[in-house]
Write a protein that binds this ligand. Structure first.
Ligand code: S3P
Length: 177
């Protein structure tokens, strides 16, 4: 019965596996998979790198906030968020209203390798991607930690098992609430 299950909100750094884990979790629960980056791109009518290049990061953040606000009250979703979606306090508030917030974490080396893989992440298109990555991760780690109800480290868990574990943990979290 899908109505029995809460939504799931996945946060975490670029490359943590939010989308992969989120899609599996959606398949497992029957929830709809929703991705803030995809919604932002379709709202803007262009891809994320193009939004950053043509309109700037602030414009992207505004669209991202609108997308998140628009999901408050929607049931039956697994929501994967962009790595910077937790930066604005109003976004963190909205995400908490949507459902239990789960921080998908991983070893920095794994994150870096995965984050660089697509070659399309504007915040890492710098002269020194590694130092951009390191400073962003350092700034954001405490933000993820504060925003999350649960944390799962995917460096030791096979991505196949992450969705199952998330379901299990989120149900337990809900039981406490
Ligand atoms: C961003 C992460 C990206 C995307 C945008 C900004 C960030 O999402 O929202 O490039 O600030 O960390 P992913 O975490 O899915 O890569």
């Amino acid at each position: 019965m899908p109505g029995m299950l809460p939504n799931f909100v996945l946060i975490g750094f670029m490359g943590c596996g939010k989308s992969t884990a989120g899609r599996r979790l959606a398949a497992l629960t029957g929830h709809r998979f929703v991705d803030t980056d995809e919604l932002a791109a379709s709202r803007a009518g262009r891809g994320i790198p193009e939004i950053f290049a043509k309109d700037g990061e602030e414009a992207f953040r505004r669209i991202e906030s609108e997308v998140i606000e628009g999901l408050v009250g929607v049931a039956g979703i697994v929501l994967s968020t962009g790595g910077g979606a937790v930066l604005r306090p109003e976004n963190r508030e909205a995400l908490k209203k949507i459902g239990p917030v789960i921080w998908i974490d991983s070893d920095p080396e794994i994150l870096f390798e995965r984050a660089m893989r697509s070659g399309r992440r504007p915040l890492l298109q710098t002269e020194n991607p590694r130092s951009s990555f390191d400073s962003l991760l350092e700034q954001r780690r405490p933000v993820y930690e504060a925003a999350a109800d649960l944390r799962i480290d995917t460096s030791e868990v096979n991505l196949e098992d992450v969705a199952k574990r998330l379901l299990d943990q989120a149900m337990r979290f809900r039981g406490r609430g």
